[in-house]
Design a protein around this ligand. Structure first.
Ligand SMILES: Cc1ncc(COP(=O)(O)O)c(C=O)c1O
Length: 490
């Protein structure tokens, strides 16, 4: 039988080939991790050059090691202690190994028989984190690919549960004018989800935020009443835990009360901050979370896991089964309508979905829940530390005190009478210099038309020295740019 195979297929599938390549790759990655604290935190390759280089690999014959090397060299280094940028955590290597297992087995959790351990681990991971988040015993859920998809799926569940008349799955939106209410600072995927559902501009009511970028709770009830008076049907109230730019937590308990009063589905976008409660000092932020009908939580932002790995929790587990009424006779039997928890495709957007639960499960089985608590506490402490250091520097100012591990700040020359436009320009230039310099990776955001530098402390290996080093650079660039101001167009 093997004799019929082409030599290339034989070589490609040979266990010995894998053994050699695999060992070499693990060594390569371990060496990379060993030295990552001395490499720049980011690289900025020229897109066209990189395209040409990688095009050269397409003809075959390049050892995997060479391509892996160039991938490593040209990626941002989330394991560097100088990585202080977007909300992407450095995965614990054991969780990354789970991806190797998935890559070989290629089991799918859509139906139990294609990936039995995946379904079992998924249930256990959801149960464990429901418990850690303090959700009621009735809670359940599943894993999906990213906060974006989880939020859309949650809103589809909200639509199924709170639709005033008929079945939107069958009849579309018909004459209903549905809408959701959400903090103006919410992630853009909420707006996207609303538009995907066909609710258009009027489907999203953006509620203004306060100075700490939390939703203005006093604005919500009037907005609901105005929407109803205009003939709209509010379906859901969405809380942010926390917002993307600043990580600010809405007042989740007050939102729960309002949602209940108006019979709205209460969804929390906790893609970033849902695990906050694992840190006892942050429990106050998540009061009210257990009242939510649904909660989205990314494991790849604050729980040490490769992306995309997201949990969507439901306070009442059975609500999750209402989202997709679709028949797929060749896969799933709907004859009994029974809640077959082990066929994940009943509830998830995805059909084929690899056993992403393994990434989390292997961390739980190896290190226990303590690792997650330690991590969340550590990165929150780093957030507080960075804020403290910023407060001490005369030329820097915080956008707002951080709730968790996201810190926004800007350079504001002391004593100088600088216009907002000039300040925006100055801080954008600082960020551009930091990016080009590659030593510390930080990003920027715009809050009420003002440009801020933005850090997310996701690497527990980051220490005070890195925070100080980054701030020194920011101050130095800011001062230099300010000195040369006369030669600049602002
Ligand atoms: C609050 C919030 N929700 C949703 C998302 C989207 O999550 P994902 O990138 O996992 O789709 C993000 C991403 O930054 C976020 O910050």
């Amino acid at each position: 039988m093997m004799d019929d195979l082409s030599p290339d297929l034989q070589r490609a599938y040979a266990p010995q080939t894998f053994r050699e390549m695999g060992h070499a790759l693990v060594d390569q990655l371990a060496d990379y991790l060993d030295g990552v604290d001395t490499t720049p935190a980011n690289v900025v390759p020229a897109p066209e050059d990189l395209l040409e280089e990688f095009r050269g690999f397409l003809s075959g014959g390049t050892p995997p090691k060479t391509v892996f090397r160039r991938v490593i060299d040209n990626c941002v280094h989330v394991h560097s202690p100088n990585y202080l940028g977007h909300q992407v955590n450095p995965p614990v290597p054991a969780a990354a190994l789970a991806d190797l297992v998935n890559g070989i087995l290629n089991g799918s959790t859509a139906i139990f028989e294609m990936g039995a351990p995946g379904a079992v681990m998924e249930r256990l991971v959801v149960e464990k984190f429901s418990e850690l988040l303090g959700l009621p015993e009735s809670a359940g859920g599943f894993l999906t690919h990213g906060g974006t998809l989880a939020n859309l799926t949650a809103l589809l569940a909200a639509r199924a549960a709170r639709w005033p008349d008929g079945d939107p799955w069958k009849n579309g939106n018909s004459n209903v004018r549905p809408c959701v209410l959400v903090n103006e600072q919410a992630h853009y995927c909420i707006d996207r989800a609303v538009r995907i559902m066909g609710w258009g501009d009027e489907g999203i009511i953006s509620i203004p935020c306060d100075d700490a970028f939390r939703i203005r709770t006093d604005e919500i009830v009037p907005a609901i009443r105005t929407a109803i008076a205009a003939g709209k049907t509010p379906i859901a109230l969405i809380g942010s835990a926390g917002t993307t730019s600043t990580g600010s937590f809405d007042d989740l308990a007050t939102l729960a009360v309002i949602a209940k009063e108006f019979s709205l589905w209460y969804h929390i976008d906790g893609a970033h901050g849902a695990p906050a409660g694992l840190d006892p000092s942050k429990e106050n932020l998540v009061t009210g979370m257990k009242e939510a009908d649904s909660i989205a939580m990314d494991f790849h932002k604050m729980l040490m896991t490769p992306g995309l790995t997201t949990a969507l929790f439901f306070r009442q587990n059975q609500e999750a089964y209402r989202t997709f009424h679709q028949r797929a006779d060749y896969l799933l039997s709907f004859e009994t309508g029974s809640e077959d928890w082990y066929n994940m495709g009943r509830r998830t957007f995805e059909c084929t979905k690899s056993m992403i639960s393994l990434r989390v499960f292997i961390l739980l089985s190896t290190y226990g829940e303590r690792l997650f608590r330690d991590y969340v506490i550590r990165v929150n402490e780093l957030g507080q530390k960075l804020a403290e250091l910023i407060r001490e520097k005369p030329n820097l100012e915080l956008a707002t005190p951080p709730d968790l591990n996201i810190v926004c700040f800007r350079h504001r020359p002391a004593g100088a009478n600088t216009s907002q436009e000039a300040l925006n320009h100055l801080n954008s230039m600082i960020r551009a210099r930091m990016l080009a310099e590659s030593q510390y990776y930080i990003v920027q955001t715009t809050l009420h038309n003002q440009v801020y530098l933005r850090c997310t402390l996701t690497n527990p290996m980051t220490g005070e020295a890195e925070l100080e080093g980054m701030l020194e650079k920011v101050v130095r660039h800011g001062n230099e740019l300010q000195e040369f101001k006369m030669n600049l167009p602002w």
